[in-house]
Every structure is written in structure tokens, then in C-alpha cells.
Design a protein around this ligand. Sequence first.
Ligand code: GDD
Ligand code: MN
Length: 353
Amino acid sequence: MWLISIIVPTYNERENIEELVKRIDASLRKEGLKYEIIIVDDNSPDGTADVAESLSSKYPIKVVRRPGKLGLSSAVLDGFKVAEGDLVVVMDADLQHPPEVIPKLVRTAANGCDIVIASRYVKGGSVGEWSVLRKLISKGATLIARILLPQSRNVKDPMSGFFLFKREVLEGSEGLDPKGFKILLEILVKGRYRSVCEVPFKFGQRFKGQSKLGMKEVINYVIHVLTLSPSYLKFAIVGGIGTIVNLAVLYVERYLLGIPHVIAAPIAIEVSVLNNFTLNDLWTFKTARKGSWVSRLVKFHGSSAAGILTQVGVSIGTYEFIVHNSILAQLLGIIAGFILNYVISKKYVWKAK
Ligand code: GDD
Ligand code: MN
């Protein structure tokens, strides 16, 4: 029979622990399921770890004590290190994740799903009584993930903090990022699995205490998703920023300095090329850098020469012969050059996969 490891990260959850453990025990015992609870506590000032420890004489509990508040994701990873189960469940301590859902997660895994998410956004699930603002933030965050992480697109609730995965999903997978709040995204992007399923649940009210998710986590989240996103999306984002730089420089040259389009356009284009090179070098293809940056800069120019010339040609041609509008002409040039650039850069400058 399967052993289920239930990882619960805690920070100041003293008043919730006993209720949580009792409800886990009741709902799993009823189904004849074997489990261990792993409380990963970050030296909570309220003494959560001691409360957990005192319960371990009665229930199968392991307490991992960490020296200070090191974050939710790394707590889950540290819990995983001591987990002995074949199935691993991650849940919050505050009972917003009802323990009664766990047997259903287990049954769904038994039916062949490698990752089972307790989901607020499938039929039958709900977020409970949330303010409009919190609903909006949650939906917005989900949308960002959907756009930037292809692996999260088939999942309705990739932000859930309540989920199960089979041990194999993380075995041998390297480079899991311990920063941030969203360990499920990390697992969806880097884990090894074939199927993901979702089981509905109603996100409850916090039993006691208050939420630890603040503005800092929201900002970290955006950075986290950006680092996880694949190179073509980063490249596209850099292209977007380059476009703004390009048009802004052109605007200044044309309308503030009065430089003619034939001269202003190539200068604006070169500035954006330098901008794009820098961002791609520091971010998009950061891990694929070889040799000196000067040589990459030269190669980048060489490989984007066709794109640059296309931009200059289309921009000046459009301006002179089609519409006498600098910004529009430049924009058309940019679109034409962009597609060409990506393909060539990826293959010849960074050799990224
Ligand atoms: N060890 C440790 N270290 N635990 C932490 C830390 C930390 O730095 N920060 C938070 N926790 C624990 C809390 O004690 C709680 O058990 C759990 O992580 C979730 O924290 P909450 O403060 O209750 O988060 P929330 O309710 O705002 O957010 C929950 O819902 C989100 C979905 O909207 C979490 O489950 C999120 O992961 C989830 O995305
Ligand atoms: Mn909570």
C-alpha cells in the first residue's frame, strides 16, 4: 500500500496545527490510508514547531526546523528531502485546504495521474469569500502564467498551493528554484510527468491567524515566472522592449531634434539593437554565453545584419514611397526584421536549444 507524505510549510501557525493534524488523521484513517505529516517550520516566533513536536507522540509527524523564514517553496523542497512516501501532498496549515479532499487526490493518482491539483477553478471548486481585489490578483497571476509558461496552459489552477505528485515526478529533476511562493509552477515546468489532473475544492476561510502573502510575494512571483519562461518568449519580450526604445529614440530625433528620417531611422535601429543584445545576453540566453561579450556583440550584429538591413530598407522605403509617417514606417520595418532576427540569433549567436 502507498505511503502518503503530507508536507505542510508553517510560519506562525501554532493555533492551527492540532486541528489540521486531527482532520488529516480522521479523513485518511477512515479510508485506510497510511500517511506521515512533515511540518516544515521556519523558526516561527509563536512556537509552531514545539506544538507540532508535542503532537508527534500521538500522530506520525516529522518536524523539520529551519533557522529562519526562508520561504514557502524552499520549505516544500526541504520537506521533500525527508519524505519517504510514494505520494507527496503539499498543503497549507491554516485549513483553507480542507484535509477531507486528500483521499480524492489519492484516488485520482491511483487512476493514473502523476500530478493531481486541488483546484479552485474547475467545476465544483471555488475561491470562497475573497475580496474583488484578491480575486483579480489571483486571476491576473494565473493569466501571466498561462501566457509565459506553456506547461501551465492546460491547467485551470496552476497557482494552487494544494496538490499531490508522485515521487518520481521530482526524482532526479535538477535545478528546482527554491525561491518564491509558487512551487507548483516549478514542478509543472521542471518535473517529469505524463498526466496532470484537477480535483475541485472550495478554498476555505483561514482557521486562525493571518495570511503571509504580501506585495513582496507578488513581485517575486512575476520575476519567478519570467525566469521560468522559455527562451522564445523572453526573446519576444526583449523585442517588445526594443521596439519601444527604437520608437522613442526615433520620436526624439524626428520631432524634438528635427533630424531627417533617412538618418534618424538607422540610428534608432542601432540603439535598439544594442538594447536587445544587452537584454538577451543578460537574460534570455544567460546560461548559453560563451567567449567574450565583444565577440557576441559582433556576432549579434553579423547575424542580425539581414534583419537590420530589412528594417532600415522597409522603414525608409515605406516613408519615402508609401506613407509619410516616420513612426508607422519604422514599426513596419521592425516587424519585418524581427521574425528574421529571432531565427538567426538563436541558431548562430547563442546556439540555444
Ligand atoms: N516554512 C514556511 N516559510 N512556511 C511559510 C512561509 C515561509 O516563509 N510563508 C508562508 N508559509 C506557510 C503558512 O504558514 C501557511 O501554512 C502556508 O505557507 C500558506 O501561507 P498563507 O499565508 O496562508 O498563504 P495564502 O493563504 O495567502 O496563499 C495560499 O493560497 C494561494 C492561492 O491563492 C497559498 O496556498 C499559496 O501557495 C496559494 O498560491
Ligand atoms: Mn492561507
